[in-house]
Design a protein around this ligand. Structure first.
Ligand code: ASP
Length: 312
């Protein structure tokens, strides 16, 4: 069998000016993206599933304080941390696509593992708030005190966003690191998508973004797996991730055409901006963004892993 697994990851989109990015920060960020590619790619190379690979890549990025997910998540206007995550896989031979998500969680070390537990251990798709935290604890997932998630540069971002009276995309703020995601096609042809975030800095407490809403920020079916980053409200208004699947399935568009149309036209029309990563059933990958930059990486069987920040 031809080994054509593919993995793509993102660490968020936004105003990432070349001049603002110090060589040290760029090197540290690329090293973190590379580590996440290695974590997921090793699983795919060994014949593991797309689901396992996107979860491993997402965990690696959640654990890194450079990105807005898990350790290093952004603050709400109330000074709290409320995280969202989702996981979705293409339909198994037995039938339906699988999906799980959590929103407004505050204590789960790796929210993507909680999304996976919702998918595997409950008949539900989305659990919210304190009950989702309690569910994760009962599942034996690692829990952390609030101080674990909080970092100094995120608190500085909140103070800056409040002074400017804005709700900000992480990468539009002085320290430019963001939401994370991973998509994969495994050697057996299964697709999976994972996204995890602290949301937008200075968001209202209780606000739910696109990340945990299936079809908006995260989607996988038999055609394509998608993970988005950007102004969540715009991605929700145009159901961005599912729109890509619809354009491919119903309008016969290629991965390239469908992803560019959504990232560069539909999302701006819906009042926001950002980027996304997607992989199709053939293992092709697309990583369009309508912002100055998007931290991203991709790795296909038989090729070297790549990382990138600006347009290439
Ligand atoms: N899409 C995320 C949200 O709106 C934010 C981001 O991608 O940085 O919650």
């Amino acid at each position: 069998m031809q080994d054509n697994w593919t993995l793509a990851i993102h660490g968020g989109a936004g105003t990432i000016r070349r001049d603002d990015l110090t060589p040290e920060t760029e090197a540290a960020t690329r090293a973190a993206l590379e580590a996440a590619l290695q974590a997921g790619g090793a699983i795919l190379a060994a014949g593991g599933s797309a689901e396992e690979a996107v979860v491993a890549a997402a965990m690696s990025l959640e654990d890194c304080p450079l990105f807005n997910a898990g350790h290093g998540a952004t603050f709400t206007a109330a000074g709290s941390i409320e995280m969202d995550a989702a996981l979705m896989t293409s339909p198994s031979q037995a039938g339906a696509a699988q999906a799980g998500a959590v929103t407004g969680v505050t204590r789960i070390r790796n929210p993507i593992l909680a999304a996976q537990a919702v998918m595997r251990a409950t008949p539900h798709v989305l659990l919210a708030g304190a009950a989702a935290d309690a569910f994760a604890a009962a599942q034996g997932l690692a829990m952390e005190p609030p101080a674990y998630f909080e970092t100094e540069h995120r608190r500085a971002q909140l103070i800056a966003a409040q002074a400017a009276q804005t709700v900000s995309l992480d990468h539009d703020l002085p320290a430019k690191m963001g939401t994370i995601g991973a998509v994969a096609r495994d050697r057996h042809g299964a697709l999976a998508a994972a996204t995890s975030t602290g949301g937008m800095t200075n968001k209202r407490a209780g606000r739910v973004g696109d990340t945990p809403i299936l079809g908006a920020g995260t989607w996988a079916d038999g055609h394509v797996a998608v993970s988005c980053t950007g102004t969540g409200e715009a991605f929700m208004r145009c159901v961005a991730a599912h729109e890509i699947a619809a354009l491919m399935r119903l309008a016969g568009k290629s991965l390239e055409e469908a992803t560019s149309e959504v990232a560069l036209l539909r999302v701006p029309e819906a009042g926001g901006r950002g980027g996304l990563i997607a992989v199709d059933a053939m293992g092709r990958v697309a990583l369009p963004f309508g912002t100055e930059g998007m931290y991203r990486g991709w790795w296909r069987a038989g090729e070297a892993p790549h990382t990138a920040i600006h347009a290439e």
